[in-house]
Design a protein around this ligand. Structure first.
Ligand code: AIR
Length: 179
């Protein structure tokens, strides 16, 4: 069951009425439903369900197959470039807001000291799929990124696909979504 928005009154909760002599009235189911409906009106029904992130524009060719796979499956997604090291605040904010924006899975690809998937997982409880990427300046052909993504500490999991396996990340995202 999804958590109740703490900003909304619970059924039966007493809310103050206008006017001094009137007693407080308990909130009815109908009133709660109206408030919940109003809150949901703000949520974009066309919101993306998968976020595809990458640490640099230079990762785009390697990450494109993930977007293609989701497109073929008609799964709404968005693509963002953000670096865990160069734009740490942007990454933290994106991850913190992701669930509220309707995202259900995050795919994050990066090369070298590939912190992006792990940092995203540190700021959200959505499932995060990491894609280790080879990079021209890697001294280890992508093994550096593979270890950085796979070796997460207990309690902060990142699912890790193979090096440059962006398409597999999308297939896994689809399976997590049950599609
Ligand atoms: N990277 C960017 N910020 C942190 C990391 N680990 C990675 C990118 C890219 C590589 O560094 O994901 O694979 C090289 O980035 P650039 O921008 O120099 O081409």
């Amino acid at each position: 069951m999804s958590e109740r928005d703490p900003a909304l009154p619970a059924v039966g909760e007493r809310i103050p009425t206008v006017g001094e002599d009137e007693p407080d009235l308990p909130v009815t189911h109908a009133e709660v439903e109206t408030e919940v409906e109003a809150a949901f009106e703000d949520i974009d029904v066309d919101a993306p369900r998968v976020g595809i992130l990458m640490g640099s524009k230079s990762d785009m060719p390697a990450m494109e197959p993930a977007g293609r796979e989701l497109e073929e499956r008609d799964i709404r997604h968005e693509v963002r470039v953000m670096s865990a090291h160069r734009d740490p605040d942007v990454v933290a904010e994106y991850a913190r807001n992701a669930k509220m924006r309707g995202l259900r899975v995050i795919i994050a690809g990066a090369g070298l000291a590939a912190a992006l998937p792990g940092v995203v997982a540190a700021h959200t409880d959505l499932p995060v799929i990491g894609v280790p990427l080879t990079s021209g300046s890697s001294v280890a052909g992508g093994l550096d990124a593979l270890l950085a993504i796979a070796q997460m500490p207990p309690g902060v999991p990142v699912a890790c696909v193979g090096v440059n396996a962006a398409r597999n990340a999308a297939v896994l995202a689809a399976r997590i979504l049950g599609e």
